[in-house]
Design a protein. Structure first.
Length: 259
């Protein structure tokens, strides 16, 4: 899984603070002729530039997420197609085995035993496939839920970051509106707010549950379910072969194994 994509995207989003962060990090205004902080804050249209960069980053993040989802859907489709092909081959093989038995054994009791054998094999296969399909579905749903939870957490962190940055800018502009504004104090206050927004963003992203650990647990659960399904199937098949052998005096061919 590509859970790191969300972390990377969040990191890129932090880059949108440049219009304010660069301004806040500039040397404190001193004597006449030095850069006027409050004038710069208002003339740079920081909020508009900030909003534009946020929109740009959001589009990139959305495109990346869509691409990841598309790739996952494609991979799942390919695996499903492969599984269906394997199962079709297994079904064909089972039909061939039954056909050979029916040609070789023509007695009424033998035919009845062969039909019972076919029914038992078919039922065992259906039960096994249902169990495997259920395990695969649960695995995929678990992955989707983990991804959705992380996306929600990351999006909430980004939204709060935007809100914090806007509040910091508005507060700085309000302070600059005072006739007795201490521009050095305003700049330092803005810088502190920017750094706090950065820190909060990083902490929120780091706290968001990563998908990787969920993948490991889900995969272990799926593997255990599939192994049980295969074991139960083999037990049922061996019983069917034993029952058939008791009537025919010979064992049927081993059944092909496909999840």
């Amino acid at each position: 899984m590509r859970s790191n994509k969300f972390l990377i995207a969040a990191g890129l989003t932090i880059g949108v603070i440049l219009p304010l962060a660069v301004l806040a990090q500039q040397p404190a205004p001193t004597a006449s002729g030095q850069r006027n902080f409050c004038t710069a804050l208002n003339s740079r249209l920081a909020s508009e530039r900030f909003a534009a960069k946020i929109a740009e980053r959001a589009l990139r993040l959305g495109a990346k997420r869509a691409e990841v989802d598309k790739q996952m859907t494609t991979r799942r489709g390919e695996r499903d197609a492969q599984l269906m092909e394997l199962r079709a081959g297994q079904d064909a093989k089972s039909v061939e085995v039954a056909a050979r038995l029916q040609v070789k054994f023509v007695g009424d009791a033998q035919k009845t035993a062969i039909m019972a054998f076919q029914s038992a094999i078919r039922t065992a296969g259906e039960v096994r496939r249902a169990a495997v399909d259920a395990a695969n579905t649960a695995f995929r749903q678990g992955i989707d839920a983990a991804k959705a939870a992380r996306k929600t957490a990351i999006d909430a962190a980004v939204k709060k970051f935007q809100s914090d940055m806007k509040a910091a800018e508005d507060a700085a502009k309000a302070s600059c509106g005072s006739t007795s504004a201490d521009q050095t104090l305003v700049r330092e206050t803005l810088r502190a707010a920017v750094e706090q927004a950065r820190a909060d963003m990083r902490m929120a992203v780091q706290a968001a549950a990563k998908v990787g650990p969920d993948v490991v647990k889900l995969n272990e659960t799926r593997r255990a379910a599939v192994e049980k399904a295969m074991t139960d199937w083999k037990t049922a098949v061996e019983k069917a072969r034993a029952d058939l052998k008791a009537v025919l005096g010979t064992a049927a061919e081993p059944q092909p194994v496909t999840p």
